[in-house]
Design a protein around this ligand. Structure first.
Ligand code: NAD
Length: 406
């Protein structure tokens, strides 16, 4: 993130002081969370919340739980949220939070107590006008319900807009669950238009079959794309004639892995990325396209559903080879966009039908896609640097209008 920020800031000839300011988070909070474990023993967990920017509105960002969560990781992700919100032009700054713990070893009761005390510790710094929390790695709708309830108990009334990614019955938005995958499809559609290609002539490979990957594969299959390979952490399944995605979803729901799907050939995760296709959609984890395999990628279009699937050296190789990259801060911004809609609906107390959510999402994603591509063409930079430049430019402009209270 920092390497790409520096390139973009240099290209924008950003003032040195402003550059320092935008590179640094506004606030970093470290909390120590006491929790009684089911055994009766008292344990202390470390938690973080980093608020990178409030230049364009309240902070917005997920909370992750995991055994390797660190302040440095959270710091980078918080800044990335600022740029993502600015690319899709929604009125938020970026934040991220986390608790250092191993969720696999914790009972639901222990997770609930960690969540509630974490919320109480950061309470003064969060809320609909300050910082709006959301799910991330190892946190879900239930975690958001606990955060929302704890916040509401302290302020003495129900504040649904304090978090997004809640259950629909508690003020969540229709369409949120599929939003990131839908956003990936929208930017794929826009990319195809540039190449004069139809969906039914387009072969797609999807890495990762979790929230983002499975929803993107489902929607793209329904829209007529040919999904020829899909993988999860255990490996992939390949069928040159196109996979039956509804059947694959049933197979996975019944406890199966992608590589055992009877209608496809098993394929190794690394090998799968290098197969011939038009669209490659990494939607699993970071750093899967590196300087080692970037030269072997045959896709013409890379849609980054995951965060940071491509390393900075791989970027240059892909650019030289003419791969059209839709960078993560644009491609997977459908999730934060519908989170923004959730926040708006909660504040209005009026909830939109799913079709309205999807239509508004499409409007924002298409605008952002065109903004990024045109910015890149105008400044002769690749789409990733263009997305960063556009985002930094927007945040810097808001800061200039507000003035820096220094
Ligand atoms: P998830 O946990 O629901 O799914 C992850 C999937 O990737 C699983 O199928 C898992 O088996 C697979 N996987 C993990 N490691 C893998 C590997 N090394 N090789 C192949 N497959 C692997 O997660 P998700 O919510 O779908 O998120 C996926 C990515 O998208 C992450 O980078 C996340 O930060 C990013 N993202 C998610 C959202 C969202 O709304 N969920 C929004 C923006 C960005």
């Amino acid at each position: 993130m920092a390497a790409r920020f520096d390139v973009a800031a240099r290209k924008l000839s950003l003032d040195e002081g402003l550059c320092k300011y935008l590179r640094t988070p506004n606030r970093e909070i470290i909390v120590h969370i006491p929790v009684f474990m089911d055994s009766g023993q008292l344990e202390i967990f470390e938690g973080f919340r980093v608020q990178h920017s409030i230049a364009r509105g309240p902070c917005k960002g997920g909370v992750r739980y995991g055994p390797n969560v660190s302040l440095d990781e959270i710091r980078g992700l918080a800044a990335e949220m600022t740029w993502k919100c600015a690319v899709v032009n929604i009125p938020f700054g970026g934040a991220k939070g986390g608790v250092l713990c191993d969720p696999e070893k914790l009972s639901p009761g222990e997770l609930e107590r960690i969540t509630r005390r974490y919320t109480a510790e950061i309470l003064d710094y969060i809320g609909p006008e300050r910082d709006v929390l959301a799910p991330d790695m190892n946190t879900d709708e239930q975690t958001m319900a606990w955060i929302m309830d704890t916040y509401s108990m302290h302020v003495r009334h129900t504040v649904t807009a304090s978090v997004t990614g809640k259950p629909v019955d508690l003020g969540g938005s229709r369409g949120r669950r599929a939003a990131t995958g839908r956003g990936c499809m929208i930017v794929s559609d826009e990319s195809l238009k540039r190449f004069g290609r139809r969906r039914d002539q387009t072969r797609v490979i999807v890495q990762g079959f979790g929230n983002v990957g499975s929803q993107a594969a489902r929607l793209m299959h329904e829209a007529g794309y040919k999904i020829i390979a899909v993988s999860d952490v255990h490996g992939g399944t390949y069928n040159s004639q196109g996979l039956d995605i509804p059947r694959l979803l049933e197979h996975v729901k019944a406890g199966g892995n992608a590589k055992d799907f009877p209608d496809g050939e098993p394929i190794d995760n690394t090998e799968m990325l290098e197969q011939d296709c038009e669209v490659l959609l990494p939607a699993a984890t970071e750093s899967v396209i590196t300087s080692k395999n970037a030269g072997k990628i045959k896709a013409r279009i890379l849609v980054e559903g995951a965060n940071s699937p491509t390393t900075a050296p791989a970027d240059d190789i892909l650019f030289e080879r003419g791969v059209f990259v839709v960078p993560d801060i644009l491609a997977n911004a459908g999730g934060v966009t519908v989170s923004y809609f959730e926040w708006v609906q909660d504040r209005q107390g009026y909830f939109w039908p799913e079709d309205d959510v999807n239509e508004k999402l499409k409007h924002i994603m298409v605008l952002a896609f065109n903004d990024v591509v045109q910015y890149g063409e105008k400044h002769n930079v690749n789409n990733r640097i263009a997305a960063y430049m556009l985002a930094i430019d927007r945040v810097a402009f808001s800061l200039k209008l507000r003035g820096i209270y220094a």
